[in-house]
Write a protein that binds this ligand. Structure first.
Ligand SMILES: NC(=O)c1ccc[n+]([C@@H]2O[C@H](COP(=O)([O-])OP(=O)(O)OC[C@H]3O[C@@H](n4cnc5c(N)ncnc54)[C@H](O)[C@@H]3O)[C@@H](O)[C@H]2O)c1
Length: 298
């Protein structure tokens, strides 16, 4: 047997606020493989997430048996690197006022302190935000575009920059990308396609720079569609899931565990030679040049 064994590893999964998205599934897969899991949650949704978990409303069951244990939830806003970046109106917003230390640097410092000398081994970036995502790129404002790239792509650079020094040798970083980085996906607007293209390119550069500095690996997974909260906010996600199911190389619907298990593999010593990669986990949708239906009929 060649197991994925993450026993003794410390993981931080940023972008978890309910039990529907990729971040949650990744937290579960890492825990199932033996890792200790901490999560980062966007401050505006942190309270409701914590409350739902406290009320037992989230599906904590692990595939192999047992329950997901979350060591700690850290409020984190990936749009801000250091406290000076937080605008006054955000700091005073009632959804933020209740928290302290939610910038990326402060969370990195807290995790370092909480690990008390242990290293962080696994860093997952499973978050994105494009305020104008519903607008075609051609109608997107500069402010909306830069917000999308800042929250969804630069945040990875910032996280590697600030967590990298605390990560042990053989550490692994994973982010979540989407096919819109490479091909036109109508409806995925507001600069989000540009953000994903930046994320994939930065994955390669960071693989080299962070690889040489801290011996950590940096990969991204280009995931198939999933009806998460973020995807539902874009609209037409159910249609997209059906479309992929019909037109992918493999039959069946892309699932969160497909992506989460691939993440666990990439974070494990089994993937020691893999870095700078964009791995498609989408039932092979991306390799199709023409749909079977168009060529062969039903
Ligand atoms: N769902 C899909 O179809 C799909 C496909 C490919 C890639 N992805 C990517 O997967 C990742 C996870 O998304 P998901 O679809 O699982 O949805 P999700 O809603 O579970 O996750 C997105 C998370 O980002 C958080 N977030 C938003 N703005 C933030 C900020 N400024 N700081 C910190 N956190 C913030 C949200 O609170 C949420 O928890 C994203 O990068 C997304 O682009 C999703």
């Amino acid at each position: 047997m060649l197991p994925i064994d993450l026993t003794g590893k410390n993981a931080f999964v940023a972008g978890v606020a309910d039990d529907n998205g990729y971040g949650w599934a990744i937290a579960k897969a890492l825990a199932q493989a033996g890792a200790t899991v901490r999560v980062g949650t966007w401050p505006p949704v942190c309270k409701i997430f914590t409350r739902s978990m406290g009320l037992g409303k989230l599906n904590m069951t692990l595939a192999g048996g047992g329950e997901l244990q979350i060591e700690k939830i850290y409020p984190m806003d990936a749009a801000f690197d250091v406290p000076e970046d937080v605008p006054k109106e955000v700091a005073e917003d009632k959804r933020y006022k209740q928290f302290v230390g939610y910038t990326i640097q402060e969370v990195a410092d807290q995790i370092k302190k909480d690990l008390g000398g242990d290293s962080l081994d696994i860093l997952v970036h499973s978050l994105a935000n494009g305020p104008e995502v519903k607008k075609p790129l051609v109608e997107t404002s500069r402010k909306g575009y830069l917000a999308a790239v800042g929250s969804s792509a630069y945040s990875l650079v910032s996280m590697v920059q600030r967590f990298g020094p605390y990560m042990g040798d053989e550490g692994a970083v994973i982010s979540l990308s989407y096919l819109a980085a490479e091909k036109v996906i109508p409806g995925y607007g507001g600069g989000m396609s540009s953000a994903k293209a930046a994320l994939e390119n930065d994955t390669r550069t960071l693989a080299y720079e962070a690889g040489r500095r801290w011996s950590i690996r940096v990969n991204t997974i280009s995931a198939g569609p999933l009806s998460s909260r973020a995807a539902r906010a874009i609209g037409s996600i159910e249609k997209m899931v059906d479309y992929y199911e019909t037109h992918s190389a493999l039959s069946g619907v892309n699932t969160a565990p497909d992506v989460a298990n691939a993440t666990a593999f990439l974070c494990s010593p089994l993937a020691a030679g893999i870095t700078g990669e964009t791995l498609h986990v989408d039932k092979g949708y991306n390799v199709m040049g023409m749909t079977a239906e168009d060529q062969l009929g039903k």
